[in-house]
Design a protein around this ligand. Structure first.
Ligand SMILES: [Zn+2]
Length: 288
């Protein structure tokens, strides 16, 4: 099945009280692991690409070519969206041009008026091309591709303002952080989430920084209207740990253990296991 935008899968998720995972990709192994797991578990999935990862993978056209090739060669029939993560305005335009099916415009660092103006322009373009658009209000904490946020809580009125522009899904800062959570983390602000959900109604809400949020908090966030959860760091940690174990066990020095297809296999399996665990937690299995 060709790429789809994220609108239908997230509308269904919101109505069905589960969430679709966005798993960020870094290379061929990542992409294949995520797509195969989604297919095996009959789950919709969103492949996330940050601007940095896009550059690393030789540009958005290369990413689109790789993903479209895999959808066909692996006979993927579950709904798959290819989504720009934390895009700049220019980055969003490039991805739309390259064939992504969904983009995020992160205008959270602009004054709200400028965020509104730029988001409005992208809503018009995405509607015309049939793409889904994610907007962000209130920056997400931690660091992602050099963008450092303080983990603030979004103003629910500002969220409504952006939601009313016609975006498909909305990321609101609710004390969540990219990367690993610090020991003294205060937890998610369900008060903020509840207030945002009440004002934005049927709009699917997005939870960034899914790595390390306790399962009960994830479940509560889904109850309060979160229908898309972004996972990135957790797959990276799982991949690194499995690869380290392989090397530390000296397996790369046994037989043809140095063959990249063998060397990268444990990391590949670790990503699959992480994606499976998340899909179980988010409730998206058999929802394709
Ligand atoms: Zn994010």
């Amino acid at each position: 099945m060709p790429l789809v935008n994220a609108r239908d899968m997230l509308t269904k998720a919101k109505a069905g009280h589960y969430a679709v995972g966005q798993f960020n990709i870094n290379n061929l192994e990542w992409t294949k692991a995520i797509l195969l797991t989604a297919q095996e578990l009959n789950s919709p999935v969103i492949l996330g690409v940050s601007e940095g990862a896009g550059k690393y993978m030789c540009g958005y056209k290369t990413v689109v070519g790789m993903v479209n090739g895999m959808l066909e060669e692996l006979n993927i029939t579950v709904p798959v969206a290819l989504h720009l993560d934390h895009g700049s305005y220019e980055g969003a335009l490039k991805c739309i041009e390259a064939g992504f099916s969904s983009v995020m415009f992160d205008g959270s660092h602009y004054p709200i008026e400028e965020n509104v103006e730029k988001t409005k322009e992208l809503v018009a373009i995405c509607n015309e091309k049939g793409l889904s658009l994610e907007a962000e209000v209130g920056s997400i904490g931690g660091e992602e591709d050099g963008v450092i946020g303080a983990g603030e809580c979004a103003d629910p009125e500002e969220c409504k303002k952006i939601a009313d522009l016609g975006v498909t899904m909305l990321a609101a800062g609710i004390g969540n952080i990219h990367g690993k959570y610090p020991e003294n983390w205060q937890g998610l602000s369900f008060e903020t989430l509840d207030a945002v959900q009440k004002l934005t109604g049927a709009m699917p809400l997005v939870l960034h920084g899914g790595t390390g949020i306790p399962a009960d908090m994830i479940k509560k966030a889904i109850d309060l209207g979160v229908s898309k959860i972004n996972v990135n760091t957790e797959c990276q940690l799982a991949f690194a740990e499995a690869t380290r174990k392989y090397i530390e066990a000296g397996k790369d020095q046994q037989g043809k253990g140095f063959d990249p297809r063998k060397l990268l296999a444990p990391g590949f399996e670790a990503i699959k296991a992480t994606v499976k665990e998340k899909m179980e937690l988010f409730g998206s299995i058999d929802k394709a």
